[in-house]
Design a protein around this ligand. Structure first.
Ligand code: PHE
Length: 473
């Protein structure tokens, strides 16, 4: 792959000359490579596993509508802001923030915004790897033909059997984390780019195929109604918070991931167009997953609000019944693993970069340290599915009643840390960075710039703050 030598390379070199510990920066080989990598981070378990089940739990259409709104007025403006920070700073998220503060004479404490993000990505990685492990184990289940011809009950039993067995879960979690660490230890370009170039389109095609199958079940119309006909009586205020949190989660925002990837983006590439494209693809995959899954839910009399197991109890049904089901099933779970893998890599990357820069550790040691720590925390999530399922560490607070370690990590990250970090990004870029700098970096037309700037300054922070405060009270 060719290294793109652009003015960005020059400015990257200049800034690394001024900062002693900064490693040489590589750049994406093209705009396309950035798009694929950012999409690789964005498209993951959040789209295929989490979106359908939280949609089911929150009653469908109204939730989807709020989620789409959050993507448009909160997600896209913040993604642009994060990529902008990354490209302008040209370093890891924490250092980029430091550089921008220095340049614009802002308080260095703003750096902590990226710190919250690094913490959030670490916490997410710990349970993300456990779910990635479920997907891995289903590659085996589908591949060995265990799904073919099964009834809905026996497919449910396969899933509950997996969750009840901490030893098996641990093996798959370990394998998933090891795969993630392997790529991160080798650095950015050593395979990540090439992998996403092939895998993301393949995942898309397979999802389309599943949607095609779902159309034959006779329940497609009911699923479309469920997903797109809003019934606001089914939406709770917590549902709105979940939709907002998910907009951050699914676009990989509020964690510095897009800052980190943005720092590799050549100058001259349009941040706006690129961010919109990534968001649209991400949303498209989530909606396709919904259209593939809900017809099966209704056709088989399953519960839309079944929770985290939803896709593992519905999609296998399709594979059990369709021709060449074992083949398609295996392929699907392999692609799901890849989607999860590219996301997990982007979750581990910020912490590893931080350890390298701040603690002066080499990449290998940083990866091992961060990966093993996340793996250990993941064991807590595994146990909360079985042995510790009745254990609610913060159960004494009404808000956390009945929440297991797994639930708590999910809630704390998606509903608190990510929106908080996103809010700070919006305020930092919208109110503190010099307007001229933003105009230079975005090089958009006057009107589009004004639209983005206005939304980022007013609409985004107010929307996030209202949802937040409303939920706290
Ligand atoms: N966006 C990923 C998903 O939807 C999850 C993720 C979040 C990845 C944050 C990286 C950073 O699965």
């Amino acid at each position: 792959m060719t290294q793109s030598v652009t003015s960005a390379a020059a400015s990257g070199a200049a800034s690394s000359a001024s900062g002693a510990t900064s490693p040489k920066r590589a750049f994406w080989s093209s705009r396309m490579a950035f798009i694929l990598a950012a999409t690789g981070s964005a498209v993951g378990l959040g789209n295929i596993w989490k979106f359908p089940y939280i949609t089911g739990e929150n009653g469908g259409g109204a939730f989807v509508l709020v989620y789409l709104l959050c993507i448009a007025i909160v997600g896209i403006p913040i993604m642009m802001a994060e990529v902008l920070i990354g490209r302008r700073g040209g370093r890891s998220p924490v250092s980029s923030m430091g550089i921008l503060c220095q340049r614009d004479k802002l308080h260095a404490r703003w750096r902590w915004l990226a710190g919250i993000g690094v913490l959030a990505s670490f916490l997410i990685l710990s349970f993300y790897s456990v779910i990635g492990g479920w997907a891995l184990s289903y590659v085996g289940t589908a591949g060995t033909g265990q799904l073919s011809g099964q009834s809905s009950e026996s497919i449910g039993a396969i899933f509950s059997g997996l969750l009840a067995d901490p030893g098996t879960l641990l093996i798959w979690h370990t394998l998933f984390m090891a795969l993630t660490m392997l790529v991160v230890a080798r650095g950015l370009r050593g395979g990540l780019e090439r992998a996403v170039t092939i895998l993301m389109p393949a995942l898309f095609v397979l999802l389309l195929l599943l949607v095609g199958y779902a159309m034959t079940t006779g329940y497609f119309g009911q699923a479309v109604t469920f997903l797109f006909q809003p019934d606001f009586s089914k939406l709770s205020t917590e549902g709105i918070l979940v939709a907002l949190g998910h907009a951050f989660f699914t676009l990989s925002l509020g964690m510095g991931v897009m800052m980190a990837y943005g720092s590799y983006l050549p100058k001259g590439v349009s941040i706006a167009r690129t961010s919109i494209l990534v968001s649209v693809m991400d949303t498209g995959v989530a909606l396709l997953a919904g259209l593939a899954i809900f017809p099966l839910v209704f056709a088989n009399g399953l519960e839309p609000g079944a929770g985290p197991g939803l896709i593992f109890q519905t999609l296998p049904l399709a594979f059990a019944q369709m021709p060449f089901g074992s083949l398609f099933g295996t392929l699907f779970f392999v692609l799901l693993v890849f989607a999860a893998w590219t996301s997990a890599i982007s979750l581990l990357e910020p912490l590893v970069e931080w350890l390298e820069e701040r603690r002066g550790l080499n990449r290998m040691i940083s990866t091992l340290g961060a990966g093993i720590a996340a793996w250990l925390l993941g064991i807590g999530s595994i146990l909360s599915l079985n042995e510790w399922s009745g254990f609610a560490p913060l159960g004494m607070f009404a808000a956390f009643e009945g929440k297991t370690i797994f639930d708590l990590l999910d809630f704390l990250t998606a509903n608190i840390l990510l929106p908080l970090c996103g809010l700070l990004v919006a305020v930092f870029v919208g109110w503190f960075m010099a307007r001229q700098a933003l105009e230079n970096e975005l090089s958009m037309g006057g009107r589009s710039f004004a639209l983005w700037y206005g939304v980022l300054r007013y609409v985004t922070p107010i929307a996030v703050a209202i949802v937040f405060i409303y939920n706290l009270l």
